[in-house]
Ligand binder design. Structure first.
Ligand code: MGD
Ligand code: MGD
Ligand code: SF4
Ligand code: MO
Length: 737
């Protein structure tokens, strides 16, 4: 035994003794208070679609049992949707994982033989294995991963950092909003999905987004704007409720948005509708853009995108009557092999119109200083951004050659080549929170790869057979009603939670990560394992405190913030060096990205044709546009209320395509692609999709797993998969090939 393991064991013993109880008086008294059978009103935050920060929930409880839930009206987000309301059923689902479980059969066995173990034993197994693997293969061979549950990210990022591994992957580094964020940062140097319209906004573009994927406040804001006379333009391939509500709906074929954007930009340039003074002073690469868009005449753009030429002209003119703003999709534009460019191209439209950081346009709020979305770590100091960004760490990352631009821009490594990394012996251990192997195209390849790991564990609400079967340990995570951390952030407001005691031996994700940090590293770095202390370390940056915020409930509390003012780029408020301009390499909005060019990519967001239909596969599949009662893999079994709304995989097809194939509404069908199938689904015939396109939901398993149809090909800028690009064919179950 090495001196290091002896030390670790004695430390472990001591720490486990002190960590088994909540550490601060506040947490202890909060827990004790709820042991009586008195009725009380409590507050939580919904985590069921991970639009973090998410909607506030007010609940009525008796002792530790929550009896009913509803809207928390004082919370800025206070209208719960079907998924939010179903979280109570999820909380008391009898299949919940409530105790740590360890495997007793060898990896690869059909039955892993999971048996219950104590937290002490689970931690001992984790610490011994991670310490051993780190000593033998280095800290970087241990991969940390957090799935779409974005709430646990900050302490796990901290855990990975102090453990010393640069391989932190998340669902956002596999496929989510981060590719859009890349587009935003490349263009104007900071993340911004746009701003919802205010009283000064005269025109508004919805860039591939839909009411079904947004908290309900989004729809309220849009309808109020339209009532005020603001013109709404929706750019969406499908004929959604949002599209039907628009003044103009442009429906480009999937993945042709860069061409559509160039067509619109050409009209703005030709008709002199753009803001010349703003472009001359604050934009880089206008001449290149002007030359490139020249060939995107309305007629040619119509040919590529399917959007009528006159509509392109009308939309350009309507949007130019500003000030205007926009709302950008979180993911749909970027789930094809030219995704980042498709998103970037659309973002250039408000840029050349000068709608950036002006009243009624796209606002770039400054405050509270340093605050980030929870999914990005909440606060750079807390997860130690400097460490992640240092060259010594960056140089060690496995995604450096695979996605050089992503690697340069992002702290999270892109794990889409995980099977290759495992086969090459570069990743030996996996520590996952909220891990779902169906997130990937060809998920079976990832599931096979997991079997080859030396050690792996996952924390989750439920045991998910396909993702967890080859883990050594499964840890029960406390749900949103059972945890303090994290607080919800809404601009300059924040909201704490008043949790009930977790069922069984479930623990908060934050607590698990912090306790492991205490054992693997040093309790001083991990707030003695206490999530409220960790939250307070973050909140104190903005003069706030968790306990005081609980005392103020049901009102939400404030964070110290700087005053927002327009045209901050003129005053040096958008760059860390205090110089005027934007936080890009040229200090200007980059219509031509010098950062892309540096890595050998096109500097302009160019159009590229999507995968060609080859005669056998003639339908483009949008594999995953959101439905209001489904979230990814997780809502299918956790909340039976939601399954009652849709009990199996259901694809949508236009009536013309259905009749050409002899298919009717309600048919059971099979889907094929050049990359896999058959995959089964029920058919819904609807004008929601245009001819030539079907939509499907991913996350169904077994014979309904649509991820098997998607190839492992990647957008070279982000490394994201073409979930919305693959061509498929559909036929009735049992009919001839
Ligand atoms: N084809 C296709 N694939 C896609 C997409 C698509 O549109 N089409 N979208 C991509 C996008 S944008 C995303 S975000 C991902 C989905 O991301 P995933 O990570 O696959 O998301 P989920 O299935 O919601 O959740 C994963 C697991 O987390 C568990 N979980 C939920 N909350 C918590 C928690 O608080 N703590 C812990 N420990 N566990 C929790 C759930 O029980 C579930 O097992 O899929 C991506 N993949
Ligand atoms: N109900 C529900 N809400 C959710 C989630 C959920 O699973 N369920 N997941 C959350 C998460 S993790 C994410 S990332 C977000 C995703 O949020 P979004 O990206 O906004 O959601 P989607 O519904 O995938 O895409 C929005 C629209 O883009 C259109 N679209 C698809 N491809 C193209 C294209 O190539 N061009 C154009 N112009 N339009 C296209 C689709 O028709 C769709 O109506 O949603 C979040 N909210
Ligand atoms: S939109 Fe629905 S699922 Fe998403 S946070 Fe709000 S209530 Fe929860
Ligand atoms: Mo996502």
């Amino acid at each position: 035994m090495t001196p290091q393991t002896i030390k670790r064991r004695s430390v472990l013993k001591g720490i486990l003794g002190t960590l088994s109880l909540p550490s601060t008086a506040f947490v202890k008294s909060a827990a004790a208070e709820k042991t009586s059978l008195d009725e009380w009103i409590g507050y939580s935050i919904c985590d069921n679609c991970n639009q973090v920060p998410s909607c506030g929930i007010k609940f009525k409880a008796c002792g530790n049992i929550i009896q009913s839930i509803g809207n928390w009206s004082e919370n800025p987000r206070h209208v719960l949707c079907s998924k939010g309301l179903s979280t109570l059923q999820r909380l008391y689902n009898p299949n919940r994982l409530l105790y740590p479980m360890k495997r007793t059969n060898p990896k690869g066995s059909d039955d892993p033989g999971f048996v219950r173990c104590s937290w002490d034993e689970a931690y001992r197994i984790i610490v011994e294995n991670l310490t051993r693997i780190k000593a033998k293969d280095g800290a970087d061979s241990v991969m940390f991963y957090i799935g779409d549950p974005k709430e646990p990210r900050p302490p796990i990022m901290r855990l990975a950092r102090y453990f010393g591994s640069v391989h932190l992957g998340t669902e956002s580094s596999v496929a989510c909003r981060a590719a859009c964020m890349q587009a935003e940062i490349l263009t104007w140097g900071r993340p911004s999905q746009g701003s919802m319209p205010n009283v000064k906004t005269k025109s508004f573009m919805v860039l591939a987004s839909n009411v079904w994927s947004r908290p309900l406040g989004w729809w309220q804001s849009l309808t109020a704007a339209k009532k005020r006379g603001c013109k709404i333009i929706v750019i969406d391939t499908r004929n959604t409720k949002t599209a039907q509500f628009a003044d103009i709906h442009l429906a480009p074929k999937v993945g042709t948005d860069a061409a559509l954007a160039m067509g619109i930009i050409r009209v703005l340039v030709k008709e002199n509708l753009y803001d010349k003074a703003f472009v001359d002073k604050w934009c880089h690469g206008f001449e290149e853009l002007k030359n490139y868009c020249e060939s995107f005449t309305p007629e040619r753009t119509e040919e590529i995108t399917g959007v009528p030429a006159q509509k392109i002209i009308d939309a350009a003119r309507m949007y130019a009557d500003g000030p205007g703003s926009f709302s950008l999709t979180s993911q749909s534009l970027t789930h094809n092999t030219n995704g980042v460019n498709n998103a970037r191209a659309l973002l250039l439209i408000p840029c050349i119109l000068g709608y950036i950081d002006v009243p009624g346009g796209v606002s770039f709020p400054l405050s509270p200083k340093g605050l980030q979305a929870c999914g990005m770590g909440l606060q750079p100091k807390f997860y130690e951004a400097k460490w992640w960004n240092a060259k010594a760490q960056k140089d060690r990352r496995l995604d450096k050659d695979f996605v050089p631009l992503w690697h340069d821009m992002m702290i999270m490594y892109n794990p889409n080549r995980l099977p290759e990394y495992i086969d090459a012996g570069k990743i030996k251990a996996f520590c996952g929170w909220g891990f779902n192997s169906f997130i990937w195209p060809q998920p079976q390849q990832y599931q096979e790869a997991l079997k080859k790991l030396d050690f792996a564990f996952c924390a989750d609400y439920f045991y998910r057979k396909e993702s967890h079967r080859d883990m050594d340990l499964i840890l029960p995570a406390a749900m949103n009603f059972e945890r303090f951390a994290p607080f919800g952030v809404y601009g300059s407001k924040f909201a704490p939670r008043t949790p009930v005691k977790p069922l069984g031996e479930a623990k908060e994700d934050w607590r698990i990560a912090l306790e492991l940090g205490c054992i693997l590293d040093d309790p001083k770095h991990f707030f003695n394992g206490d999530p409220v202390k960790a939250c307070n370390a973050i909140l104190k940056e903005w003069g706030a405190e968790y306990e005081a915020a609980v005392a103020a409930l049901p009102q939400v509390s404030s964070l110290e913030c700087r005053k927002n003012e327009p045209k901050k780029y003129e005053k040096g408020l958008l760059r860390p060096d205090g110089q005027a301009g934007f936080n890009t390499p040229t200090g200007k909005i980059e219509l031509f990205s010098t950062r892309c060019a540096k890595f050998g990519f096109d500097g302009l967001p160019v159009y590229k044709p999507m995968m060609e239909p080859d005669g056998r596969f003639n339908l483009r599949m949008i594999n995953g546009a959101r439905k209001p009662y489904i979230t990814h893999s997780k809502t299918r079994s956790d909340a039976p209320y939601l399954l009652e709304l849709e009990a199996c995989s259901t694809i949508t097809m236009h009536p013309k395509d259905a009749s050409a194939r002899g298919l009717a509404d309600g048919d059971r069908v099979e889907i094929f692609s050049p990359f896999g199938g058959p995959v089964k689904a029920n058919l819904e015939v609807s004008i929601l999709v245009p001819p030539g396109t079907i939509d499907a939901q991913y996350g169904w398993k077994g014979e309904e797993d649509t991820q098997r149809l998607v190839p492992r090909q990647w957008d070279p800028l982000s490394g994201y998969a073409p979930y919305f690009e693959v061509n498929v064919e559909v036929r009735k179950v049992g009919s001839q090939k």
